[in-house]
Every structure is written in C-alpha cells, then in structure tokens.
Design a protein around this ligand. Structure first.
Ligand SMILES: Cc1cc2nc3c(=O)[nH]c(=O)nc-3n(C[C@H](O)[C@H](O)[C@H](O)COP(=O)(O)OP(=O)(O)OC[C@H]3O[C@@H](n4cnc5c(N)ncnc54)[C@H](O)[C@@H]3O)c2cc1C
Length: 456
C-alpha cells in the first residue's frame, strides 16, 4: 500500500518531492524517548504552496490522513505519524518572500528555521522576540502551529503575538490567506489566531507575516537564590508588584538545583532551595537601572543575589539554563515533563502539588520554568526501562492536569496537546466550549484527515 502511495505521489511531485517512508527521521519527534514513533505511508517534501495544495487535494480525494511536520522538535508527538498517513515535511519551503527591515516586518515560508528568522532580524538591528529552546532545529511554521513560547515570553509574549498574517492550505486543497503586512485587522473572525496553536489539525501553514521590533541595545541577568520556593515565589510577585518589567523571569526549584546545580559556574549556598533568574533589557542606562531594581527587590529575602556582567559569564549562565532539562533527565535516564500553566499567585502551590503527587506515586519530581508566566515544567524522573515506574508517572501527570485546572490554569502553556495530551482538554473546558472546538475542527476539516489523533 505504502509503495503504491509513494509511487503515485512521485508522479504528482517528482522525485525531489518525495522521501522514503522508511527514513526514521520522519517517524518521531522530541518524544521519541517516551517510545512515541510511527511509520508514515509516505513522506512528501513540497517546495511551494501550490505543491502543498496538490498534496492536500490528492490526500483528501483518497481519504488519506495528512501529518504536517516542521523541525520535529515538538514535545507532544504532534508531528509523529502514529497511524500512518502522508507526512508533509515543510523543510524545502524556507524562502524569505519579503524582508522590509525599515518597516520592521518579514514574510517567510513555514519551513524557515527559527534561528534563521532571528538571525535575519538581528543582522538588521531588529529582534524577533520568541525564543523557544530548539531554535536551531525548529521551524517558524512549527512555532506558529504550537504557538511556542520561551524565556522571553514574559515581556514579549508568545509566537502568535508576532504573527500578522498566515497563508495556509486547508481541506480539500484550498489556500486560506488571513492578515498580511498589516498591523491591525478586525474585519472578519480572527482566523489567524485559530490557526496559531492549531498543531496541524486545521491546515498546513505555508507562510507567515512576522512583526519585528528594534533590538534592545543591552541585556543583563540577575540571579537570586532562596531557601524555599515560598520565599522565591514571594520575590517573583514582589518584582511584578514593584512595576519592574524584566525580559525574562525564570525559576528552578530545589530538585532541579540538585540535578543541575553542580554544572552552575559558581558554587550555590548549601541551603539553596530555589533560584530566580531574571533578565533586564533596553538601552544601556535602562538595563543598568533595571538590574539595580531587580537586585534590590529580589534580594530582600534571598540567600544571595548575583549579577554576572562579563559576556562570558552571561553566556555561561544561559548555556547552563539551556542544559537544565538534560541534566534533570540524566538523573534517572528519563523524565515525563509537563508544561502546565497557572495564575502567577498559584505558582508556589503548583510546585508543592507536583512534589505531593510525586510522593503519592513513589516518584522523584522537580519543577522549573517560566516563573513570570506561571508556566512550570513539572517533571517526574523515571527509569525508562522500569515500566511500572513509567506507568506511575503517566498517572501522576494526569493528576497534575486536574490540579492545574483546579488552580485556574491550563494543561499546556507551551507544547500543545498533540497525541501526548490528546483527549484531556475537557479537564479545563466545559461541554459547550469543547463542542465549539469540535465544530471548528469540523468546519476546517470535515473528513477529519488533518493530523488525526492529535489535540482533540
Ligand atoms: C531542547 C528543546 C527545547 C524546547 N524549548 C521550547 C521552549 O522554550 N518553548 C516552547 O514552546 N517549546 C519548546 N520546545 C518544543 C518545540 O521546539 C516547539 O513546540 C516548536 O515550536 C516545534 O516546532 P517544530 O518546527 O519542531 O514542529 P514539529 O515538532 O515538527 O511539529 C509540532 C506541531 O506543529 C505541527 N506543524 C509543524 N509545522 C506545521 C506547519 N507548517 N503547518 C501546520 N502544522 C505544523 C505538527 O503537525 C505538530 O503538531 C523545545 C523542544 C526541545 C527539543
């Protein structure tokens, strides 16, 4: 069957437009360690919007499922062809269609890597603020499809805030264009925002218009260490209460510091039970002023406060922060890591709740994440070969979803639902809201062929 499919798609797209369905690069995403893989019926690499249209029409006519794929860095199994289907990989659609630095905007194809978008902006003195962690591999289309965040989302918001227009191919093979180079558009329903975060379940994003801003001239971090998460979370709230606007406001709890602290450039105080990592940015005088304010406010109940200043120390600090996830994973060889989000004043409760849930399931746990956004990577440490432990961690994760919702939060603030959290939206939505989600899906994709088994 898959051989026949591949051959017919080769007739439509040519040899360059089809890859081998046996190529394992298309079988998984960043959830591979959790065992999530699938073999596609075929893999296509369209080079233009028109080719995407052709593929979608081809699949829709034959009732074949479509699995859009960006850089494959997702943490929700969204681009994994769990039940076969045609993987539509956007890597060949990476052109810059327009770049107007003087007007702070660019129009790029979905397959352009996130790091390239940021590099292009930077070279013209501009900033594309979203900074999800896998920027070297992820694509802008994947970022828009997951509405990706990152440390600087606290000040600058998540990816969707920077998208002014989207071109997408929807069923049964039509181009939808919404927004564009305009900065405002309230004429119709906000279809652009519906596509943002839709995880490939409504259509295939082929290009996006992005808004840019002048890059801040300077940035500088402040690191504060506390005895407890209660002290640290109080300090985070004090930062907001004092009117300071840091670019990033991150946290690491005691378990995370135990796992990753040894790799930190300077020794931590032995009583260290919580860390806040803030960043100031702006003009040089603004940055200096914000650093002083942060030192004062964060320092009030801290064990110590540091403000690394040299370029090497600052780079080492962020490199260390980027490695936290891997350091945590290394403790037992595996982890189940969530991305729940709660109102900021419930952050400490949720950090504690994560530990309580872990205790009740005989698991080790820790949390870190984007404190200012109330976004926690609540994490259960597991030995991936211990099936009983892995199962307990999955049950514990489900309990966290319910707790996040009970705290007025959401089960996903960053990675989306994909297949990993599929079917859990009801934890935070009432039946009428869920029904509307299904109606939207039905309107975009009446045959249910766009990334089936994901999100809803
Ligand atoms: C080391 C590491 C750090 C990370 N840090 C962050 C972080 O800080 N913040 C964050 O939010 N995430 C983070 N992630 C998760 C991941 O990088 C993001 O979810 C990213 O946006 C996925 O982009 P991608 O191009 O890899 O998409 P993929 O993984 O290929 O796909 C993700 C989803 O989007 C859909 N999709 C992809 N492209 C398209 C398209 N063109 N049209 C329609 N649907 C599409 C897929 O079907 C799938 O459902 C991290 C991942 C790793 C491995």
């Amino acid at each position: 069957m898959s051989g026949t499919l591949e051959r017919s798609l080769r007739d439509v797209l040519g040899d360059d437009g089809v890859a081998s369905s046996e190529d394992r690069r298309f079988h998984s995403d960043a959830t591979e360690a959790e065992g999530l893989t699938g073999v596609p019926s075929a893999v296509v690499l369209p080079a233009s919007t028109q080719e995407v249209e052709t593929v979608v029409r081809w699949c829709y006519d034959r009732d074949v499922a479509i699995v859009p794929r960006g850089g494959g860095t997702g943490f929700a199994g969204g681009s994994v062809p769990l039940h076969g289907g045609v993987v539509v990989d956007l890597q060949r659609m990476s052109r810059v269609r327009a770049f107007d630095p003087l007007l702070w905007r660019m129009h790029v194809e979905a397959g352009l890597r996130t790091s390239e978008v940021r590099r292009l902006a930077r070279e013209s003195g501009l900033l594309f603020p979203p900074d999800p962690g896998a920027a070297e591999q992820s694509q802008i289309g994947g970022n828009v499809a997951t509405n990706a965040g990152g440390p600087h989302a606290f000040k600058y918001g998540v990816t969707g805030r920077w998208v002014t227009g989207i071109e997408a191919v929807i069923a049964p093979g039509e181009v939808l264009a919404t927004g564009g180079a305009i900065r405002k558009d309230v004429a119709g329903y906000d279809l652009k925002s519906l596509l943002v975060g839709s995880e490939g379940t409504l259509g295939i994003i082929t290009s996006v218009w992005l808004r840019l801003i002048p890059a801040p001239a300077a940035s500088a971090p402040v690191v504060a260490v506390y005895r407890s998460s209660a002290d640290g979370c109080a300090a985070i709230e004090a930062v907001l209460g004092s009117g300071i606007v840091p670019a990033a406001l991150e946290f690491l709890d005691a378990g995370t510091l135990q796992a990753a602290g040894a790799a930190y450039a300077l020794p931590l105080p032995p009583e260290a039970g919580f860390m806040v990592l803030a960043e100031a940015d702006g003009s040089q005088p603004e940055t200096d002023a914000t650093v002083s304010e942060l030192r004062a406010v964060l320092g009030e109940h801290a064990l110590e406060v540091r403000a690394p200043a040299s370029a090497a120390d600052v780079a080492a600090l962020w490199r260390w922060r980027d490695g936290v996830s891997l350091a945590v994973e290394a403790v037992r060889g595996g982890k189940i890591s969530e991305d729940i989000v709660v109102p900021l004043d419930r952050l400490d409760d949720m950090i504690e709740a994560t530990l309580e849930v872990a205790r009740s399931h005989r698991l080790q746990a820790c949390s870190w994440g984007h404190a200012g956004d109330g976004n926690l990577h609540s994490t259960f440490l597991i030995d991936p070969h211990d099936q009983a432990e892995v199962s307990r961690a999955h049950v514990a994760a489900r309990e966290l979803y319910a707790l996040a919702a009970a705290h007025g939060g959401s089960i996903s603030g960053e990675h989306g639902l994909g297949s990993v959290k599929r079917g859990h939206l009801g934890v935070q939505c009432n039946p009428a809201t869920l029904a509307l989600h299904r109606a939207v899906k039905q309107a975009f994709d009446p045959k249910g062929l766009m990334n089936p088994g994901k999100k809803l």
